[in-house]
Write a protein that binds this ligand. Structure first.
Ligand code: HEM
Length: 466
């Protein structure tokens, strides 16, 4: 009763046949124009409530935070994650304890012997060395950015990075990319819509097999840590968790070794795919907006004059570059529908009743290009983040990491990575859209995380690395 309105579903398929499954974002926008900012849509046999626009999403995820902080539990991705990680774990003590632990440990490693910034800069120097080999030519940066992002989060989780030609790194990145495609593709929807098919040997089985492989690789690393660790002297995230297990013993908490594997897989995956796809979007836009690229480069040259490398603090003196990076994140819209939420109790939103256990989809896309929130909602323009005095200013509607208690827990790390990578690469190289590449296609490949269509970039040297 008084459930948000929406199109009429048909049995079994719900409203899925009304949508362009390859990229339903435009359909979602039209439905909001027709039914209003809170509407319902049947995702197979499940009613889902879509939240559109900043005001609605804030009301749900911030004002009524706990009511909307759950995660649905019977989708393909949940069967893969077995409720053991953190990203898809339902609201409750297990999620809370693991979220808190991850935030605290990420923060402490930022302050440890080698700071997070040093780790990221170390990785960037390898990226620079790799790009130098392509000076004068063109290259597709996809694998390089995935490798680099995987290494940054690996340094935190495992205490080590891998060479770009290392088989294990290649395997991780290949399994992540392939699994992400499977999760984003139609087989995922078929699995969720027709659960009777789940035991058939259909392509979605590959996603399960891949995650098993990633889990086994992660288990090897954990076992190696158990052999070589010195209790009380953690080298990385895994050691911190093992110390925590020693401390807690059998205290009935949610910490256990079986959970550690999926927890690490979750953080590794979440930290790799998102950051690298945002970087890919950045270069696609910067190559095709050379005025923006050059203005960033002039600012970066001024601020870094005489310095060996950039630091995260430098962002305060780089309003235009900061604005350009935020604008990249706004148009990249890397996680367009956030991660799906679920109500934890019967609740109300904008006058509608939403029962406990309802699937809730915060449409972040609807905020990142919402009329009235941005000076130029439909174009790539760093002025969206600059005030009249040319100072950097972040509108409230900038929510690519979502908001509320489930807000991305890697936001700090991601922001530091994006800034340091972009500033360093723009300082040393000029990126040019190849003459024979035709018109750029900005429409991303839709998915839980969106990625630009593959492209090549032409690289010229600006300033040799000292
Ligand atoms: C540009 C990069 C990134 C973007 C755009 C992004 C975006 C997001 C979004 C939209 C969510 C869903 C929040 C919600 O459910 O309301 C999320 C969750 C999450 N992200 Fe990120 N993320 C990025 C990078 C990272 C990194 C580097 C890590 C690694 C530590 C990470 C770890 C997580 C985790 C663990 C969650 C689940 C939080 C929870 O359920 O409590 N993310 N992220």
């Amino acid at each position: 009763k008084n459930f948000p309105p929406g199109p009429h579903p048909i049995p079994l398929f719900g409203n899925l046949l009304n949508l362009n499954i390859a990229n339903p974002l435009k359909d979602f926008e039209k439905l909001a124009e027709h039914y209003g900012k809170v509407y319902s849509l049947y995702w197979g046999s499940r009613p889902a409530v879509f939240l559109n626009g900043f005001e609605v999403i804030k009301e749900a995820l911030v004002t009524k935070a706990v009511d909307f902080a759950g995660r649905p539990q019977d989708f393909m991705v949940n069967h893969i994650a077995e409720n053991k990680g953190v990203v898809l774990a339902d609201y409750g003590p297990g999620w809370k304890e693991h979220r808190r632990f991850a935030l605290m440990t990420l923060r402490n490693f930022g302050l440890g012997k080698q700071s997070m910034e040093e780790r990221i800069l170390g990785e960037i120097s390898r990226v620079v060395a790799c790009l130098e080999k392509s000076i004068g030519g063109t290259m597709n940066p996809q694998t390089l950015f995935h490798n680099a992002a995987s290494n940054v989060i690996s340094l935190v989780l495992f205490g080590t990075r891998l060479d770009y030609n290392d088989e294990v790194l290649t395997r991780y990145v290949q399994l992540f990319t392939e699994t992400s495609k499977l999760i984003n593709g139609p087989w995922n929807l078929i699995y969720d819509t027709l659960p009777v098919l789940k035991n058939f040997p259909l392509p979605f089985k590959k996603a399960f097999a891949n995650v098993e492989k990633i889990k086994n690789m992660t288990l090897n690393v954990i076992n190696e840590h158990k052999r070589t660790r010195v209790p009380g002297e953690p080298r990385d995230f895994i050691d911190c968790y093992l110390d925590e297990l020693d401390k807690r013993g059998n205290d009935g908490s949610s910490f256990d070794e079986a959970r550690l594997i999926m927890y690490i897989v979750d953080l590794h995956f979440a930290g790799t795919d998102t950051t690298s796809n945002t970087l890919l979007t950045a270069f696609l836009y910067l190559m095709n907006h050379p005025d923006v690229q050059e203005r960033c480069q002039r600012e970066i040259d001024d601020v870094l004059e005489g310095k060996d490398h950039a630091s995260f603090e430098d962002r305060h003196n780089m309003p235009y570059t900061q604005a350009a990076i935020h604008e990249v994140q706004r148009v990249a819209n890397t996680v367009p529908l956030s991660v799906f939420h679920c109500t934890t109790k019967d609740t109300q939103l904008m006058g509608y009743n939403i029962p406990k256990g309802t699937l809730v989809i915060p449409n972040l896309t609807s905020v990142l290009n919402e009329e009235g929130q941005w000076k130029f909602p439909r174009e790539f323009n760093p002025d969206n983040f600059l005030n009249d005095q040319g100072q950097f200013e972040k509108p409230e509607a900038f929510i690519p990491f979502s908001i509320g208690p489930r807000v991305c827990l890697g936001e700090g790390l991601a922001r530091m990575e994006l800034l340091l990578v972009l500033v360093t690469l723009l300082r040393h190289f000029q990126f040019v859209w190849p003459e024979d590449a035709g018109e750029p296609d900005y429409t991303p490949l839709f998915g839980v995380t969106q990625t630009p269509k593959p492209y090549r970039m032409h690289i010229r040297l600006r300033e040799p690395v000292k």
